[in-house]
Design a protein around this ligand. Sequence first.
Ligand SMILES: NC(=O)c1ccc[n+]([C@@H]2O[C@H](COP(=O)([O-])OP(=O)(O)OC[C@H]3O[C@@H](n4cnc5c(N)ncnc54)[C@H](O)[C@@H]3O)[C@@H](O)[C@H]2O)c1
Length: 314
Amino acid sequence: MSIDKPVRRIAIVGTGVIGASWAALYLARGFDVVATDPGPKAEANLRKYINEAWSDLTAIGLSPGASRDRLIFASSLQGAVAGADLIQENGPERPDFKMKLFADIDDAAPVTSIIASSSSGITPSVMQSKAKHPERILVGHPFNPPHLIPLVEVVGGAKTSPEYLQRAMAFYASIGKKPILLKKEIPGHVANRLQVALFKEVLYLIEQDVLSVADADAAVSWGPGLRWGIMGPSLQFHLAGGAGGIKHFFEGVFAGLTPLLSALGNPQVTPELKEKVTEGVLAEAGDRSVEQLAKDENERLVGLLALRAQPVHA
Ligand SMILES: NC(=O)c1ccc[n+]([C@@H]2O[C@H](COP(=O)([O-])OP(=O)(O)OC[C@H]3O[C@@H](n4cnc5c(N)ncnc54)[C@H](O)[C@@H]3O)[C@@H](O)[C@H]2O)c1
């Protein structure tokens, strides 16, 4: 049986924070989307989210055929996944729950559909463990919000076939995402491990009273964070080596930084430290609600994405 079927219809299982954003993106890229979620007011909340995201998606550029009218809300999981070429799963982050949910999706979905989980931390081997056709089950982990942030981490489990991983990679790339393929499973995948590694040191610096929460945030977002939005940390260090590039960096600058590898902190995340960080964050946020902060951030992200899409020597 050919597994090269193009993706036309996408099922969204779970329409909370992440599922709603994926649904908005897939509609904007011109797909038929069938969503399902047993939560109260799930359909109304989903349609509200999509309506609010649509102006940013329009600013980025809608694909031919893009329409919010191509969203169907199904009352059952079986109804949602029955005719889907791709299932993007976004249910609650609990291993036992995901194992059962994936077994149910696997039973109801066409046998050649790609079944991708947005799970931030559960490995695909766990999620596919009770499925009859586990070869098409994988992780397609987005970064919040998936309708704006291009990164998708694609990871297979012990039983995932390389063909399905390549199909998932090709699909995400075809709609303008930036998929990366992890060569093996690891808890938390990669991008969250990187976030947590940096946050660990932020917590340590605050614990040690080196600086305030606001200054720690400024040290990232007004410093290296601006550059990381253009090139990743390894390529940045190529620039740090001057004309000699990364080779010179390892011989010179890095030698000075090496002692830090063993000096980085190991904070104790006590109730007091959490309280200190919480107070600092609330002071930084001021009278801006979480919703307002997200709206402001999304608006700037649309601008940054447009800037990055331009040729450098325009
Ligand atoms: N929040 C993030 O920043 C983020 C980022 C990337 C990935 N993720 C991952 O995405 C997934 C969803 O996270 P979220 O933040 O959107 O959670 P959420 O709580 O906002 O949404 C989960 C949704 O699943 C629904 N649900 C419950 N049982 C269901 C079932 N049987 N079938 C279908 N839907 C069901 C709930 O009603 C809820 O709407 C998790 O696996 C999480 O790890 C989250």
